[in-house]
Ligand binder design. Structure first.
Ligand code: F6R
Length: 263
């Protein structure tokens, strides 16, 4: 794992967008795992700008979102399908048929979870998976005690998560769905590369536990320590409780892979 600290949320998101763009340019038919949430909005803004101004081409990419609320139709303004349409899909040239999100309205959610895993497999697996981190330490909607080998499945959301996401539901946590379909921790760990983006003071404590603490199913993001190719990109505020900051900064300044991202 490598940790990169940038000055503010926009610089952190810009770095993530540049990493995604580099992967898309290197492999035009990249299989890209996507996340939703407020943190990712800036990344999608940057990717949309790169598409518009620099011709970044997503036409051959296939995408798989991490999760979707159960019980919200795709055209509900709170669904993750709607979020993705607004923040990314309507702004770049990803073919609609290539943009997959679990169907939270499926009559048989277990069958939908199996189908989703099969689609990922048929695409050859995920090349690069973007991740945020929840205040309860989740990646995707893998709430505390999610098995580290879990696959796509239904998951009940914690009160912390529903509170965290209340802002998107008019501030009312009771309106946040209670369940979601989410890729499992095991599904996520099979992606060939992971990039987690965390910004803001509210993420500092959980981020430090996930990155520097013990691996535990209580904090599913801690499972990222098991992955051989994982980058954690944070702003100064989210980095506030990391203890090995000097080392992380040294690696960023000195390792050749980061040279083109110094600016
Ligand atoms: C969303 C997802 C979640 C979010 C996390 C952070 O698809 O998978 O794990 O990434 O809850 O959300 P924000 O960015 O809103 O703080």
């Amino acid at each position: 794992m490598e940790v990169v600290v940038r000055s503010d949320a926009d610089a952190a998101a810009r770095l993530v967008a540049r990493l995604v763009a580099a992967r898309v340019r290197a492999k035009p038919d990249l299989v890209l795992g996507l996340a939703t949430g407020r943190t990712m909005e800036r990344v999608y803004d940057h990717l949309a700008a790169m598409h518009r101004n620099a011709g970044l081409d997503f036409s051959q990419c296939r995408t798989f979102n991490l999760d979707e609320y159960i019980g919200l139709p795709a055209d509900d303004e709170h669904s993750y399908r709607h979020y993705m349409d607004c923040h990314l899909f309507s702004r770049v040239n990803i073919a609609p048929a290539n943009a997959k999100i679990p169907d939270g309205m499926a009559a048989d959610l277990r069958a939908e979870a199996v189908r989703y895993e099969r689609l990922i497999g048929e695409a050859g697996g995920i090349d690069l998976q973007l991740l945020g981190i929840g205040e309860a330490g989740h990646i995707g909607f893998n709430e505390p005690l999610s098995a580290l080998m879990s696959r796509t499945r239904e998951k009940a959301l914690t009160p912390v998560t529903r509170q965290q996401n209340a802002a998107m539901f008019g501030g009312d946590a009771d309106r946040v769905p209670t369940r979601a379909l989410t890729m499992g921790v095991g599904t996520i760990l099979e992606a060939r590369e992971l990039i987690l983006l965390a910004t803001g003071r509210a993420k500092a404590a959980i981020l430090a536990r996930a990155v520097e603490g013990p691996i535990t199913a209580m904090i599913s993001a801690s499972a990222l320590q098991l992955h051989p190719n994982c980058k954690v990109v944070v702003d100064e505020e989210a980095a506030g409780e990391l203890t090995r900051r000097e080392y992380y900064d040294w690696v960023f300044r000195n390792e050749p892979e980061w040279r083109e991202y110094q600016g």
